[in-house]
Design a protein around this ligand. Structure first.
Ligand SMILES: [Fe+2]
Length: 471
């Protein structure tokens, strides 16, 4: 299906990812930083239609992994779809078969009423481990991939999960111990929050299940010192229309601001809840980081939305024609550890932004720089997407930014730290040449622009999250 792009960025959404084997990336400008060894991995929906069928939501696309291996001054890129069972069945059928986040079971009413299991899309994020790569999706277990070739090796139960036990897409790795913390939310009459503490190799060493009230949507959490913090937004699933396939999961999510935001503070050693609190209603997908202040407060940053309209905006992005304005801004919050109460809240910018990241070495600890992608000053929230890389400096409460230029669009900036320096790397869509590029910036001078620009052999559609692996 060919859709004529009305906005330059639409091609980076509509294009179906083409798999390619490892091949050298051509250098457009600058030079690969000397001594850079490691791999940039990135995950996102690779296709948003099959024939005349379209996905219901951007979150429904099949996961396609981009890997760019850097070694001895060269960069080799490859891209592969995660070979989930659902993807393989739909490839064979040439049509969508399964319900998903924004899709009911395709087909006639009787097929919908007796709908099939949801497809694990494996499309949200990536977790590099020393011997394998995990493609993450928050509705089920991760898929295991070969780190070099990206061949899918099957579902990975991490020694504890069943194939349908959720393992979310935003795990946190303790920079000192290498331990990995994560969660998943299972549906039932009420939701169950699974809390996981894992060894550096991914094996789950401890799991605690917590019963929640209702069926909330939780996408991310915070590691702050020796605590994990969940801010449960007032979004609840109305399960009846979902059970009968009359509505998709996304359509069955309801914004219930009267519930407010529920705070859970968890001791990360034993995974027990040590404090609960409440705060006004807002919604967040992503946190930047958190830390403990004077053993009394937990400070965290997040991209905060006034309500859940961001979900509709993200659905509309997959159509190429957003109609719902859903501004998100970076905020800093402080919670009282003893009472769970919101002690302080500060909006850090008026600018629309997303994908906040901090250097991995500072996860759970005090930090200085928060990087994110942003819209250009004055850019329409509907007809433009992110084209600016921004950085908030906590030490002096100032912002710095780099505008990628008219016709260029950026994604989440991923932080690279290695022996010779710190860098940022971002997938860029160059709409002027209709090509995808990888731009590398020296983190300390990113406002001067990229020190290296590489061209990818095909357009890589925009997606969600990436990670750098030094090994
Ligand atoms: Fe995310």
């Amino acid at each position: 299906m060919v859709i004529a792009p009305a906005y330059p960025w639409q091609q980076a959404i509509f294009t179906t990812a083409i798999e390619f084997d490892a091949e050298p990336l051509s250098l457009l400008q600058g030079a690969i930083p000397a001594g850079l060894q490691g791999t940039f991995y990135r995950n996102g929906p690779g296709r948003l239609h099959r024939g005349s069928q379209r996905v219901g939501h951007w979150f429904d696309g099949d996961g396609a992994i981009l890997a760019v291996h850097f070694q001895d001054g060269t960069a080799q890129g490859l891209l592969r779809y995660v070979q989930t069972k659902g993807y393989q069945a739909e490839e064979r059928a040439g049509r969508y078969l399964f319900p998903n986040y924004g899709m009911t079971t395709p087909g006639l009413l009787w097929e919908r009423l007796f709908g099939k299991n949801v497809k694990n899309c494996a499309n949200t994020s990536i977790l590099p481990l020393s011997d394998r790569l995990l493609a993450l999706w928050e509705g089920g277990a991760p898929h295991q991939l070969d780190r070099q070739s990206l061949h899918t090796l099957g579902l990975d139960t991490l020694g504890n999960l069943t194939p349908t036990t959720p393992y979310s897409a935003h795990p946190k790795r303790d920079p000192k111990t290498g331990e990995i913390y994560n969660f998943g939310v299972s549906l039932g009459r009420n939701a169950t929050l699974h809390l996981y503490r894992s060894a550096p190799n991914g094996t789950i060493k401890k799991r605690v299940d917590v019963l929640l009230e209702g069926l909330p949507l939780i996408h991310d959490f915070v590691m702050a010192g020796r605590y994990l913090v969940f801010l449960i937004p007032p979004v609840r699933l109305n399960i009846l229309p979902l059970m009968f396939n009359l509505k998709s999961y996304s359509e069955a999510l309801e914004w219930q601001p009267d519930l407010g935001t529920q705070i859970l503070i968890i001791d990360r050693e034993n995974l027990e809840i040590i404090q609960r609190g409440e705060a006004p209603a807002w919604f967040q997908w992503h946190f930047a980081n958190g830390c403990l202040i004077d053993e009394k407060f937990i400070r965290l940053q997040l991209v905060r939305y006034a309500d859940f309209s961001t979900n509709e905006y993200l659905r509309e992005v997959s159509t190429g024609h957003p109609l719902t304005e859903a501004p998100g801004h970076l905020w800093e919050l402080e919670f009282n550890l003893q009472t769970g109460e919101l002690n302080k809240e500060t909006q850090l910018t008026e600018r629309n932004c997303e994908f906040p990241v901090v250097p991995d070495a500072h996860l759970g600890q005090s930090w200085r720089y928060t990087y994110c992608s942003m819209k250009r000053v004055g850019a329409s929230l509907l007809t433009e997407i992110d084209s600016v890389i921004g950085c908030y400096d906590q030490s002096n409460q100032t912002w710095q930014e780099f505008d990628c230029g008219e016709g260029y669009y950026c994604m989440e900036p991923v932080h690279i730290s290695y022996a010779d320096g710190d860098y940022l790397i971002s997938l860029i869509f160059n709409s002027i040449q209709a090509q995808s590029e990888l731009w590398i910036f020296p983190a300390a001078q990113f406002t001067d622009g990229p020190c290296c620009q590489l061209r990818l052999p095909h357009i890589v559609p925009f997606g969600f999250h990436g990670k750098w692996a030094n090994f």
